[in-house]
Design a protein around this ligand. Structure first.
Ligand code: PEP
Ligand code: MG
Length: 898
């Protein structure tokens, strides 16, 4: 078995199809090498070795791969004409992680590995640049110390011990910038850094390059189980078994002088999707300098540079002289880079995010991957690429990550409110969107407020969790490719970066702009599309959906046969859903209609009435209200099917539990407080979810079913008179036996016939049932003989199959997920292994007696992409989900069909 894969010099052992084994980065490095892109030679230790490491430990694994690693280093030495650990002509390497999906900033990197007190002298001579050599050495000890030797600060108030040493020296020498250190300063720093390592770890800094290499490889494996990686994995549902690969590559240097540099670029705009090559670079810098946001990066293209200058309010003369684009400064390198970006996008058939370095005028591509992008950019890029002929229709659909569409459907700043807004500063529009919240300065305090804006000088991977919680992210430093910007775009979170006018004081927890001081907890708003930072709260409004969005939705319908309906209880929700393309209503929960003030009273009177007569009187009051609700919904959904479910929740949810309200109810009804209390106590249940609810209500109080059936049929007839077609599908909840269904169906049909007779007119309607009790799934063939349709209520089906109370699971599910007992919350993502079997069995049994039986799902899972795929494979006619998830379900449904 091969555990180490080599690449370089237009050759490679692996290729891009081997992402699971080589990680995304390793597979792409191999592929780039194969298609003739200049990548620094190197090798990839597979993800399987990471798993072996977790099982067998360090010694066994090192023994297993030692020979292969040594051979691979020899291969780099041959290609580069250098030697690992050699004093005269040293090979230095980088060591990076690379999981099968990219996890930005998640895993640790070590650069310049192979340096020691002897090698640094050789490097200085070879490069003819002593300063560069010592600066590289200083950076190496710092990175290696932090990543491999555990020198990172222990608490958020502490600073990195190495930074502390550097700050002290700067202070002593009265300088401000790293670049002002003399060569002697750098030598002193190296000495002090090593002392700090010894003091903290009790060991000397390792001088043997091979010891350094193995230390770094092991550290990368360990970082897979580090807090940040585990958090990111859990957030995205990536299993721990995947592991990470380790990429070891010859170092190339962007910090060798004015003819060297480094940068990051995108083949299209990751924020808007616009088809323009763009990115940032720095002369005489290493990769980390661009993303760390400590220097202001320059733009790659002239167009980008002009746009940047406009936003940053930099005069043309100043721009051309101090911040020229790469296109202007080094046209030849730019042309070569431009050629590679075109070639790579064409090759991968998707927008690429690339890293490059120029060493003494030679261009190297360090990395390429499918670029992270906002939801809006995702849609535009897919549809543009389709029109350009770069990809096929199916590829365009598969490029869409359904849940990311969510970003497009949420509010934007109200244009009127924006006009009045007080813009206090401007940064770069790093990730579009509108965010309003209270200022917090530390990521782990982002949940102190319901809505917070995380304000940082710059962000780092440690801040990930807080960035995810905050409504928006604002940084004082860093460009469009800074950590904050890249991560925010991936999350679809609003971000403004590099707002230089902000003065942030972490100790005092203040943000100062133009002399005005804002405290933690003050409201601010961010416009991620313009970079504006606004004082206070700004109102938001509904978004306009782009033309590309509509085209994409239309395309999705071409490929799927499964419909998408919505769960809606009001005409307003129904209208939103129709706008998003809902093809009917899959669930109207009628109980929600009873909770309005004037209705709850009638409902309570019905419940408290002791006699049938009393109950009927109260129901008569409710009838016209229900009827008008249904009229509104049927009208909004004209011509489309509407599934109306009969009353479901236990009655005790409708009665007052507070003394005050009980007293006023007693007064209203002219009965004693005692009588109210007795009734409330009577309705109390030990297990309400398994109690007197669903069809059990309709069976014990048939007059409720009668009233609801009448309201539905009368509403449909009323609309018919107005020339509007209503298609009611009446649904009986929570049945477990066939007799329960027969009982309710008889009431519904008798009531409908009575109404038809009264009105001397008829309409078409269906009577079906929910399958949400395991027993119903088991006898689905018997039920199908009677019912017109099935709708799987997977909320209750999950509850009753797992035996987890929907209302109490929040207490233990988080622990279950953290401990890996469950991979995901089964109330969010359908448990295909268990609950899914009941769904499949129910469908198959139902169709065995009624081949054309209409089957759908109306539990929460109807809007979850993986569950939608399952429903498609089960052969369902439709899924039904909340209005805002309709577009997501439509794409997921098309993807399932492709
Ligand atoms: C269900 O149980 O899946 C369902 C849709 O009904 P409810 O959530 O109202 O119980
Ligand atoms: Mg239910």
């Amino acid at each position: 078995k091969t555990r180490v894969y080599k690449f370089g010099n237009k050759d490679a052992d692996g290729n891009s199809t081997m992402k699971n084994l080589l990680g995304g980065k390793g597979a792409n490095l191999a592929e780039m090498s194969l298609i003739g892109i200049p990548v620094p030679p190197g090798f990839t230790i597979t993800t399987e070795v990471c798993t072996e490491y977790n099982q067998l430990g360090q010694d066994a694994v090192v023994k297993m791969i030692k020979q292969e690693v040594e051979d691979s280093i020899a291969n780099i030495e041959t290609i580069m004409g250098t030697e690992f650990g050699d004093k005269e002509n040293p090979l230095l390497v980088s060591v990076r992680s690379g999981a099968r999906v990219s996890m930005p900033g998640m895993m640790d990197t070590v650069l310049n590995l192979g340096l020691n007190d002897d090698v640094v002298i050789g490097l200085a001579e070879k490069s003819g640049n002593e300063r560069f050599a010592w600066d590289s050495y200083r950076r190496f000890i710092q990175m290696y110390g932090d990543v491999v030797l555990g020198m990172k600060p222990e608490s958020k108030e502490d600073i990195d011990p190495f930074e502390e040493i550097m700050e002290a020296l700067k202070h002593k020498r009265s300088i401000e910038l790293d670049t002002q250190f003399t060569i002697q300063d750098l030598k002193d720093l190296v000495y002090d850094f090593k002392e700090a390592v010894k003091k903290r770890t009790g060991h000397d800094f390792p001088t043997n390059p091979w010891d350094q290499l193995w230390g770094a490889v092991v550290a990368v494996f360990n970082s897979w189980n580090g807090d940040r990686a585990v958090y990111y994995r859990t957030m995205n549902g990536y299993p721990g078994e995947w592991g990470t690969a380790v990429n070891v590559q010859a170092m190339v240097y962007g910090n060798m002088g004015e003819n060297s540099g480094t940068g990051v670029c995108f083949t299209r705009d990751a924020g808007t999707g616009e088809n323009v090559f763009n990115g940032e670079y720095l002369i005489n810098a290493q990769g980390e300098d661009v993303v760390a946001g400590t220097r202001t990066p320059q733009q790659i293209t002239k167009l980008g540079s002009l746009r940047w200058a406009k936003l940053a309010k930099v005069e043309e003369e100043d721009r051309a002289e101090n911040y020229p684009s790469l296109e202007e400064l080094m046209p030849e390198i730019y042309n070569e880079l431009n050629e590679y970006q075109e070639k790579l996008e064409l090759h991968y058939r998707d927008m690429q995010d690339m890293e490059f370095t120029m060493q003494n005028g030679k261009l190297w591509i360090l990395q390429t991957r499918n670029g992270k992008r906002t939801g809006a950019a995702m849609v535009k890029i897919a549809m543009d690429s389709l029109k350009e002929g770069l990809i096929t229709e199916k590829e365009a659909l598969l490029q869409i990550e359904p849940s990311k569409l969510d970003e497009l459907l949420h509010p934007v700043f109200d244009p009127k409110a924006l006009k009045r807004a007080n813009v206090i500063a401007q940064g770069l529009p790093a990730s579009p969107g509108a965010a309003t919240g209270k200022i917090v300065f530390f990521a782990d305090e982002a949940d102190n407020y319901k809505s917070s804006i995380l304000v940082r000088i710059e962000t780092s991977p440690e801040d990930l969790e807080g960035m995810n919680i905050a409504k928006g992210i604002l940084t004082a430093r860093g460009g469009m490719t800074s950590h904050a910007a890249v991560v925010a775009r991936g999350m679809g979170k609003c971000c403004v970066s590099g707002a230089g006018a902000l003065k942030i004081n972490y100790k005092r927890r203040t943000l100062t702009v133009d002399g005005h001081v804002y405290q933690e907890g003050d409201w601010i708003s961010l416009n991620g599309s313009t970079g504006n930072i606004i004082e206070g709260k700004v109102a938001t409004s509904e978004p306009e959906l782009s033309g590309e969005f509509a085209e994409l939705m239309k395309l999705s319908d071409k490929y799927t046969t499964m419909n998408v309906r919505t769960n809606a209880d009001s005409p307003k929700d129904a209208k939103v859903a129709v706008k998003f393309g809902a093809q009917g209503i899959g669930l109207t929960r009628t109980e929600h209609m009873f909770f309005e003030v004037d209705r709850i009273k009638a409902m309570r009177e019905m419940i408290l009435a002791d006699t049938l007569k009393g109950r009927k009187e109260a129901l008569n009051e409710l009838l016209p209200m229900q009827r008008s609700d249904f009229e509104g919904i049927f009208e909004a959904m004209a011509g489309l099917p509407v599934t109306v479910r009969l009353l479901d929740p236990p009655l005790h949810e409708f009665v007052p539990h507070q003394l005050e309200t009980q007293r006023s109810l007693a007064e209203d009804m002219h009965i004693s407080l005692e009588a109210v209390k007795i009734k409330v106590a009577e309705l109390e249940e030990f297990n309400p979810m398994l109690g007197h609810r669903g069809c059990r209500l309709g069976i014990t109080y048939p007059e409720i079913t009668e009233m609801q059936a009448r309201a539905i049929i009368e509403a449909a007839l009323n609309l018919k008179e107005k020339g509007i077609e209503a298609k009611p599908e009446i649904m009986v909840p929570l049945i477990g036996t066939i007799a329960e269904f027969e009982n309710q169906e008889a009431i519904i049909r008798a009531t409908a016939n009575k109404v038809f007779e009264e009105r001397n007119d008829t309409i078409e309607y269906l009577v079906g049932t929910m399958i949400e009790i395991p027993r119903a799934a088991l006898i689905a063939d018997l039920i199908a003989a009677k019912a017109d349709f099935f709708s799987f209520g997977t909320n209750d089906l999950t509850q009753m199959t797992f035996g987890y109370s929907r209302d109490d699971a929040g207490k233990f599910l988080p622990v279950y997920i953290e401990e890996g007992i469950l991979k995901v919350d089964p109330f969010e993502v359908l448990d295909q292994e268990g609950v899914g079997q009941l769904v499949k069995m129910g469908t198959d049994k139902g169709r065995s007696v009624k081949p054309k039986l209409k089957v759908g799902i109306c539990g929460e899972h109807g809007g979850d992409p993986s569950s939608v795929e399952f429903c498609y494979n089960t052969g369902m006619n439709y899924v039904s989900c909340s209005p805002y998830r309709v577009p997501i379900a439509r794409i997921a449904s098309a993807q399932a069909a492709i």
